[in-house]
Design a protein around this ligand. Sequence first.
Ligand code: NAD
Ligand code: UD1
Length: 407
Amino acid sequence: MNAQEGQTETTQVQHPLRVAIIGGGGHVGLPFGLALCDCGHTVTLVDLNEAQLDTIRSGQMPFQEINADQLLPRVLESGRLHCSTSFTALSEQDVIIVTIGTPVDEYLDPSLRAFDQVMEDVFQHCRPGQLLIIRSTVFPGVTQRLGRLVAERDLQIDVSYCPERIAQGRALLELTQLPQLVSGCTPQAAQRAASFFSDFGQEVIELSPVEAELGKLFTNSYRYINFAISNQFYMLAQRYEADFDRIYHAITYKYPRMNGFARAGFAGGPCLLKDTMQLASFNHNLLTLGQTAMAVNEGLPGFIVERLKKNHDLTGLTVGILGMGFKGNCDDPRSSLSYKLRKVLTLECRRVLCTDPFIDSSDFVSLETIQQESDILILGACHDEYRSLQTTKPLIDVFGFTTRQEP
Ligand SMILES: NC(=O)c1ccc[n+]([C@@H]2O[C@H](COP(=O)([O-])OP(=O)(O)OC[C@H]3O[C@@H](n4cnc5c(N)ncnc54)[C@H](O)[C@@H]3O)[C@@H](O)[C@H]2O)c1
Ligand SMILES: CC(=O)N[C@H]1[C@@H](OP(=O)(O)OP(=O)(O)OC[C@H]2O[C@@H](n3ccc(=O)[nH]c3=O)[C@H](O)[C@@H]2O)O[C@H](CO)[C@@H](O)[C@@H]1O
């Protein structure tokens, strides 16, 4: 199922440890666990999702991750990868890593209950001398608060926050290539976390816990706001019947000061919007740029439909969405704007059809059917399969993906 790209060299760690990853069946925990195991650590993936763990035990990746289809059977064969739904294994570990999801709630505030519950479970099972590494993206202040709780209970474990910064699907390519932000509640915790990641092959940058927490949120908010600039310019160009892609090429060509100018497109997924909202919430709901970015990026599906309505009577038409994942060549539908587009279209059109080569859903149709039965096609995700799509139907491609020359 997975594409294969140049494997990164595996170097063996000098100090093999016993490591548990809570949330180890997920998009962050699993590839990290495989990589740690591959370089010599013994890893227990602790996850509530039994079905996911069964899939992993059988040697199958539960989601797409470049090079993981080859790596998973290899580490299973080594005998150093274990899976468990129980926290009891925690007491046998040297290092406990937390990679559970950290969503925002319906008020756009971080939802801390699940995280606090996991921490309570960790406290019940930990033993003195262990290193706790928080790797989920957390609200600023969470790490120091944990440090205070650990001190109050005299648990004698070292608490650190070391955020994950890989792009989903590319973890095994990026893990040892990206510098690792490292922080600890005490100098000893920071130093132990730094040794753990340098032994793993990463360049380490030390920050205080709140700096590392903010650093992670700044990284994702920056990217999200950056996409909003392009999406706003795209909408503006459309309003004046100007071709955004032609402008994009013209103004970025041999002009280095536009190097960071993003393409227009659906900016979705489980992280960018959520982390921008966490930052806003941390700053007492004041993050003007972030909130404006949310209005722009989340408004793009509605804008597309409004534009279509100007030239077509949608009530009699079938519209097809190509690609439902939250980004190109990705099988993850979480917070994909293609679903928002489907919802808006459903209110306006006779029929909406969806297709995606990576997502198995009973209400999706094949690429062939969608091409035959749709009057209008809209690109929802830049899957390679659509790059050279031949169609006689009008194709709305906000990304400029099907017309651009370079990848
Ligand atoms: N997805 C990414 O590319 C990415 C990148 C960097 C950081 N992050 C951050 O990493 C964290 C995890 O994200 P993800 O995409 O891997 O989420 P995910 O939903 O894919 O994985 C989380 C895993 O935790 C498990 N889990 C939930 N509650 C649990 C509990 N109480 N005990 C044990 N296991 C439990 C779930 O079953 C799931 O397998 C989030 O904070 C996210 O913001 C994600
Ligand atoms: C590359 C990057 O910094 N990604 C961050 C992002 O990864 P994540 O896995 O969310 O992936 P991306 O940042 O690549 O994509 C997020 C969204 O932006 C859209 N998109 C992408 C490129 C583009 O030019 N225009 C556009 O709109 C994608 O279609 C997708 O909907 O959140 C993760 C979770 O915290 C971080 O760890 C990653 O570091």
